[in-house]
Design a protein around this ligand. Structure first.
Ligand SMILES: Nc1ncnc2c1ncn2[C@@H]1O[C@H](COP(=O)(O)OP(=O)(O)OP(=O)(O)O)[C@@H](O)[C@H]1O
Ligand SMILES: [Mg+2]
Length: 267
């Protein structure tokens, strides 16, 4: 077993329950939005296959790995009555977005659950690219220009799965935007309406700025993604330290080199 795999296992053994969550403020009343207005942009099967989405895959070993991840995530979320999960990593380009999208698809495939995936990586948004769609509106339009929430919603042709994309990248004030009261209102409105809905947030890497830490009060739990052979062990340790008082469900060991384990998940 290489060093990052070992570090991930050790971190899982040491993990403590996180801090109590800050309740979302009730200063503004939740204004339910209309899901009937959700735009449907059907992702084509060849795009799904090219972009490694499980909805277009016939590789059962990969589908099964995401289903296992889904079941473990759902158990922990339901046991604790948690609704919001942030997906992050120590550094860039390890597979956070692909993990977020495939986790969301696998949750939606379980018919009693619905899921919203928000692209909260304002620095390098790519959920729309992973789905091969070109959204008209995104999160920044809501945060900066006040477009209504329902104008951002897209159903990519999979029942029970709604995406809030973020198509314009911007490094400027990204952590201020993520910790704004408008973001808080969005989280509250997304979780208010349906008790069986999970809200996933595809986040930037934790070590590139303060975005993830600034947004953490709105998240019930985190899922980490590391890349086998690439994620630096020191960066991983630093990430675990930063999240010491948060609830971390586990770490996905992505692109694992171990034979037979394309995607591993340490709990
Ligand atoms: N398990 C995997 N096997 C093969 N390719 C993968 C795997 N996971 C991710 N990739 C590919 O690696 C690239 C980076 O993935 P992704 O965009 O999900 O990473 P990220 O961590 O979200 O990056 P960023 O830090 O830029 O947000 C993509 O081209 C994706 O298709
Ligand atoms: Mg990404």
């Amino acid at each position: 077993m290489d060093r990052i795999s070992k570090a991930v296992e050790l971190a899982a053994e040491k993990r403590q329950p996180g801090k109590p969550k800050k309740p979302l403020s009730r200063s503004e009343s939740a204004q339910p939005f209309e899901y009937t207005k959700t735009r449907r942009i059907v992702v084509q099967p060849e795009v799904m296959r090219e972009n490694r989405l499980i909805a277009g895959s016939d590789q059962q070993i990969i589908i099964d790995a995401y289903k296992l991840l889904r079941t473990r995530v759902l158990h922990r979320m339901q046991q604790n009555n948690w609704r919001t999960l942030g997906i992050t990593s120590p550094g860039a380009n390890v597979g956070k977005t692909l993990t977020s999208v495939n986790l969301a698809i696998s949750i939606a495939m379980k018919h009693e659950n619905t899921v919203v995936l928000v692209d909260a990586d304002l620095r390098r948004p790519s959920v729309h690219k992973c789905l091969g769609i070109e959204p008209e509106h995104g999160l920044l339009d809501y945060l900066e220009d006040d477009i209504p929430i329902d104008q951002m919603l897209i159903n990519p042709g999979i029942d029970g799965f709604v995406v809030i994309p973020s198509h314009n990248h911007s490094h400027a004030r990204s952590s201020e935007r993520l910790s704004s009261t408008k973001m808080e209102r969005l989280v509250r409105e997304l979780t208010a309406r349906y008790p069986d809905r999970l809200v996933l947030f595809d986040l930037p890497p934790i070590l590139v700025g303060d975005d993830v830490e600034a947004f953490s009060p709105y998240l019930d739990a985190f899922l980490l993604v590391v890349e086998d052979g690439k994620t630096d062990i020191v960066e991983y340790a630093k990430t675990i330290e930063i999240l010491e008082h948060e609830d971390v469900l586990g770490t996905v060991l992505n692109k694992s080199n171990e034979p037979g384990h394309g995607y591993d998940y340490y709990y």
